[in-house]
Design a binder for this molecule. Structure first.
Ligand SMILES: Nc1ncnc2c1ncn2[C@@H]1O[C@H](COP(=O)(O)OP(=O)(O)OP(=O)(O)O)[C@@H](O)[C@H]1O
Ligand SMILES: [Mg+2]
Length: 329
């Protein structure tokens, strides 16, 4: 395996503020690393440091073995970056922005135009290619951002919160585009506040807080750190049956887990290391206790649960909170 991105002990200070505190990670070629963390965790600082946009106060970063500061021109040729805040010129059209970036990459007028046409076509942007970006919706702007990052056909793509603020349909559209690039061999480093996004796009997830790594692993491994499954038992008449239901399953759950009524009172939740072989016994105990069950489901913990377990707080993104609410409902 070839390391496409290597960050070693990165330290970054803003005055007295430590934005990166000995942060290290490696992204193998052709894989996707998702950096997940709440506001102010250091995500933007980390991705700007590994693309050479910020000087470091300690440690180093390399792209395909090239030091991002000492070999900046080489690194720039290989790396595409789309920042958290749109960097495109709002007075120019989609096409003009792309041509401009192409010229900055040193393409001739003709090749910049050809690359622009190609990107407009593959990103399905023909309908707003000739309109000033100032008139674009948020979703259109993010597409233009992503397309600008791809003008130089980079082997490494770095995206800082690519879908923040987009509606679910636009977000899914961008995910599809990003997945296509990854299938074609692009190495991707992305930051996100959306747990679902990291889950969908990333091979590995790095959770950071206060500039430090607090967890690293696949979505599955992170979920396992919480240990086990969550069995959700929906009751036809929760007010009548919830207490009885908890008492009925308690002996089966015993010391290995917990059974309790959900805070909103609508269902009973059982946490156990492995629910697969216990389900029938729970249902049998509940029916013996004459509890009327509306539905039973086994859910893996969500990444939001993992985040909560690791940091003691949820994420600040309301979308992430909504997703959790849905998963629990
Ligand atoms: N240019 C700057 N000057 C001073 N402090 C900064 C600067 N940029 C970032 N910081 C500080 O560094 C820390 C990390 O900020 P950073 O922007 O990397 O967080 P983030 O994880 O990207 O947050 P968000 O989710 O809000 O984008 C914060 O405490 C922030 O206030
Ligand atoms: Mg940021």
């Amino acid at each position: 395996m070839t390391a496409a991105i290597e960050a070693e002990g990165m330290v970054k200070m803003f005055g007295d503020q430590v934005a990166l505190d000995d942060l290290s990670f490696t992204v193998e070629e052709g894989t996707v690393l998702g950096v997940l963390g709440p506001n102010g965790a250091g995500k933007t600082t980390a991705v700007k440091a590994v693309t050479g946009l910020y000087p470091l106060d300690g440690g180093q970063a390399r792209i395909f073995g090239h030091d991002v500061r000492r070999e900046a021109p080489t690194v720039k040729q290989m790396t595409g970056f789309a920042g958290q805040y749109a960097a495109v010129d709002a007075d120019l059209t989609t096409a003009e922005n792309l041509v401009l970036v192409g010229r900055l990459y040193g393409l001739t007028k003709r090749s910049a135009q050809a690359r622009t046409d190609e990107l407009i076509d593959s990103f399905d942007m023909a309908s707003y290619a000739r309109k000033p970006v100032a008139q674009h919706s948020g979703g259109m702007r993010r597409r233009v951002d992503l397309a600008c990052a791809l003008v130089g056909s980079p082997r490494v793509l770095v995206l800082d919160e690519p879908t923040t603020g987009l509606d679910p349909k636009s977000r899914a559209g961008l995910w599809t585009m990003i997945q296509r690039l990854v299938r074609e061999g692009t190495t991707l480093l992305l930051t996100t506040q959306y747990l679902e996004e990291a889950d969908v796009l990333a091979d590995r997830i790095l959770v950071i807080d206060d500039g430090r790594q607090i967890a690293d692993g696949t979505a599955g491994q992170l979920k396992k750190t919480l240990g086990g499954d969550r069995v959700v038992i929906e009751l036809a008449d929760p007010d009548r049956d919830a207490e009885t239901a908890v008492r009925a399953v308690q002996p089966l759950v015993a010391a290995e887990g917990t059974a309790e009524r959900a805070p909103d009172g609508s269902h009973v939740v059982i946490h156990v290391p492995d629910a697969s072989r216990k389900l029938a016994a729970y249902v049998e105990a509940l029916s013996r206790a004459e509890v009327t069950i509306a539905a039973v489901s086994v859910q893996e913990p969500t990444l939001d649960d993992v985040f909560f377990a690791l940091t003691g707080s949820g994420t600040t993104s309301s979308a992430a909170a909504d997703e959790t609410a849905e998963a629990v409902a």
